[in-house]
Ligand binder design. Structure first.
Ligand SMILES: [Zn+2]
Length: 56
């Protein structure tokens, strides 16, 4: 499985389950001055998507 989270800035972040939180963290570090979200909040906000819908 994979997950999709649309950041409040409008950027869609996707990743397979084993990399999803790291991808969200990378976006926050790069675009939001090192802001972090707890992993459980990231999971709660994420939607299930198919592996084939993961963006590079
Ligand atoms: Zn963002």
């Amino acid at each position: 499985m994979a997950k999709l989270l649309t950041c409040p800035c409008g950027t869609p972040i996707t990743g397979r389950d084993d990399e999803f939180v790291a991808r969200v963290d990378a976006h926050l570090q790069a675009e939001h001055a090192g802001r972090t979200y707890p992993a459980d909040m990231i999971w709660a906000m994420a939607s299930d998507i198919d592996d084939t819908d993961v963006l590079d």
